[in-house]
Design a protein around this ligand. Structure first.
Ligand code: G3P
Ligand code: CA
Length: 320
């Protein structure tokens, strides 16, 4: 009887270990793109809160710099798409030529934080969000800290450098203030992304950060996914974040062979071509192609995969 008990216990431990290691290796990561931006205005506290409620592992922030040198969460360099800046500051635009036409642009870097805080960052999406403001990076961290990881993107660092701002320094300084610069907070891991190789190299070699760095690749960046390019990127980054249109099984395997991760963007319910639902699309990329993580506007549609892949191999498990 005693022997039987020991046998049972040791096989349970073995099963647990197999399951645990399989899960550890195959845990797929959900990054809420600009928050839960399919349901709430992008880069607002409402959008970040909803992303956490919907189970995001990480919440993304795109970063911009104000006239007085404060990091804010904003995707575009300009404010007119996601705020009522035209109404509040009708004369503060710069006129530029775009596709042969003159356009008015309200650059965030031309406004102080106090001015930006006057803007309504929610009504463009839905009236019920009219009290939402553009958050600072510091406010975003405070909201998310201990509830999820953060996945900030240094956006347009060259543009801000030309305006006299050292975006990388502002970024590292803010993380230090919040005790996140060395991944000290297990509940709030930090992964940094940028399309700018220069910016990531500065973080890696000048600031000597140990945070994970992901090099983003746009839809025209096929050349950055060759064997040689991956070897070069591995010198400063731990992962690649290509546009999903570039991702094939061969590319996923090539990246994994070099010990790097692959995190494509962006999965959104309002832009489906080949798939019936965004959940099915994410399932395809995560489980058929084998990517490690996805950026999605629809965190609630992330395939319910935290079941074991072992189980999936034995029989069809519906994830969506
Ligand atoms: O950061 C991943 C993805 O967000 C890159 O595209 O333009 O949405 O920042 P974008
Ligand atoms: Ca982004």
């Amino acid at each position: 009887m005693k022997n039987l008990k020991i046998k049972f216990l040791s096989s349970s431990v073995l099963i647990f270990l197999i399951c645990f290691s399989a899960n550890a290796q195959t845990k797929k990561i959900l990054i809420a793109h600009r928050g839960a931006s399919a349901y709430a205005p992008e880069h607002t506290i409402a959008s970040y809160r909803l992303a956490i409620e919907q189970g995001a592992d990480y919440v993304e922030q795109d970063l911009a710099v104000t006239k007085d040198g404060v990091l804010i969460c904003l995707h575009d360099k300009t404010l007119e798409r996601t705020t009522n800046v035209e109404e509040v500051f009708p004369d503060r635009f710069r006129e530029e030529e775009k596709d042969g036409k003159k356009v008015k642009l309200w650059y965030a870097v031309d406004f102080t934080l106090t001015e930006i805080k006057k803007l309504d960052a929610g009504s463009w999406f839905n009236d019920k969000f009219k009290n939402e403001r553009v958050p600072t990076f510091a406010e975003a961290i405070k909201e998310i800290k201990t509830k999820a990881g953060i996945y900030p993107e240094l956006k347009d660092p060259e543009f801000y450098r030309a305006k006299g701002f050292d975006m990388e320094k502002l970024f590292i300084d803010e993380l230090k203030k919040q005790s996140l610069d060395k991944n000290q907070n297990m509940k709030t891991p930090v992964i940094v992304q940028s399309f700018s190789e220069t910016s990531l190299k500065r973080l890696a070699f000048e600031f000597k950060t140990k945070l994970l760095l992901v090099l983003l690749i746009d839809k025209d960046g096929k050349d950055l996914l060759t064997e040689d390019s991956i070897i070069k990127a591995k010198k400063f980054a731990s992962g690649l974040g290509p546009s999903k249109s570039l991702v094939t099984k061969e590319i996923v395997d090539r990246i994994h062979k070099h010990g790097m991760t692959i995190t494509p963007y962006t999965f959104r319910s309002n832009n489906l071509i080949l798939f019936k639902t965004v959940c099915e699309e994410m399932e395809h990329y995560l489980f058929k192609l084998g990517v490690d993580a996805v950026f999605t506007d629809n965190p609630d549609q992330f395939p319910k995969e935290n079941r074991l892949i072992l189980q999936k191999k034995k029989r069809k498990v519906l994830l969506c």
